[in-house]
Design a protein around this ligand. Structure first.
Ligand code: GAL
Length: 379
């Protein structure tokens, strides 16, 4: 329990006469903490960047949901700058945050801040990206990240016609030229996505259905620092120059995230794809609105939808449990070893979205409106 939480709990217990009479439950951490009013508790929410809509939506959803339960929220974005995030988290701690929810830029860069949090007994929830190399992370909320990769590899095969949507064998046999992109190596998720996708594609690479013409098949070669759109565009341009200047065409691109997909699309469009020659099959993740429009327009093939509203709700549920002195419920206690310990996790399900699924999965669920999809813009 943080100092403030302890004091608030003590005040609550005193007010109820529990301390004076030593009545049942007064001594247990949970009942004392439970009596701290949400209005007296502040939750620090540290998000990586506002350049991506998903993190804006995540921050807003977490803040709104916590505030609707009466908590105070200190929400900060770090502009994808590692020292800025460190300072913001430090400040949350010195200003007396009672709990932290953190989506790290670099999963290994917050150890000293989290030691300070542990010293002050502030519970830490790692949000979507696992914080690594510290024992001072108490819980992890995310999606099944390996399954995201499998879904991306599968969506690539479906787009190429090698598989049908129901998983049965499609009619296309290839060989197809495919290029592979990965996320930022300092984000623990990047390897989960890449491994899930490559494990799915491997048999098709081995039997020659898929050819990675550039030969760049390692995650280090495929990586995109900070998941940046411009970096992905530049790498796709370089790949076109180095490996496709003999008239051969790219048939598919594995992309782990919609922002990266948009960079890849720009490079391909600048090289004439989508006009003279068809757009390759391009995957994605996050159902960002600009990309949902590209899917609707037939430019991008698929995305993986991760409902940030449910992720935020899960983070709030876990936060409330900690603040009431309880342990949040985990549904995975094996997968997420952060180098120091296996962090108890709650993993949410994912959904692949092709053009045909936009209405049902994204519009009918209220995630985006039909108007937003048509404009390719939120709001
Ligand atoms: C990952 C996250 C993805 C995507 C990416 C880039 O950590 O799991 O959904 O958002 O960051 O922001």
């Amino acid at each position: 329990m943080s100092r403030k939480l302890r004091l608030t709990a003590l005040a609550g217990a005193l007010a109820m006469g529990l301390v004076a009479c030593g009545g049942s439950g007064a001594g247990s951490g949970s009942s004392a903490a439970a009596s701290a009013a949400p209005a007296d508790l502040t939750i620090g929410v540290s998000m990586p960047t506002q350049t991506s809509e998903r993190w804006i939506a995540d921050g807003k959803a977490v803040k709104d949901q916590l505030e609707s339960k009466g908590y105070k929220v200190d929400l900060q974005y770090a502009g994808d700058d590692i020292p800025t995030q460190g300072q913001q988290v430090d400040q949350m701690i010195t200003e007396g945050a009672d709990l932290l929810i953190v989506a790290a830029i670099d999963g290994t860069a917050l150890s000293s801040q989290l030691q300070a949090a542990a010293d002050a007994k502030i519970p830490v929830i790692s949000y979507d990206r696992l914080i690594r190399d510290t024992p001072n992370v108490d819980f992890y909320v995310s999606f099944d990240n390996y399954k995201v990769g499998v879904a991306q590899g599968t969506a690539l095969l479906v787009g190429l016609g090698v598989l049908n949507k129901d998983g049965s064998k499609g009619t296309a046999t290839g060989p197809f030229n495919v290029e592979l992109f990965a996320g930022s190596l300092d984000d623990n998720n990047a390897a989960f996505f890449f491994n899930g996708a490559v494990d799915t594609l491997k048999p098709y690479i081995q039997d020659g259905t898929i050819v990675v013409k550039s030969g760049q098949t390692s995650i280090e070669q495929a990586a995109t620092l900070r998941w940046a759109q411009e970096t992905a565009q530049k790498r796709m341009e370089d790949l076109l120059t180095s490996s496709y200047n003999d008239g051969s065409k790219v048939a598919g691109v594995l992309s782990p995230y919609d922002g990266i997909s948009r960079g890849i699309i720009t490079a391909l469009q600048n090289a004439g794809y989508g006009q003279g020659s068809p757009m390759p099959t391009i995957t994605g993740q996050d159902a960002e609105i600009a990309s949902v429009k590209l899917i609707d327009d037939g430019v991008q093939s698929s995305t993986i939808f991760k409902d940030t509203r449910t992720l935020a709700a899960q983070a709030v549920t876990a936060a409330e449990a900690f603040l009431q002195g309880k342990k949040p419920e985990a549904n995975d206690t094996k997968t997420y070893d952060n180098g120091q310990k296996v962090v108890p996790s709650y993993l949410l399900p994912i959904q692949t979205v092709y053009k045909d699924d936009i209405q049902k999965v994204l519009i009918d669920s209220g995630y985006w409106t039909a108007d937003e999809v048509a404009k390719g813009q939120a709001g």
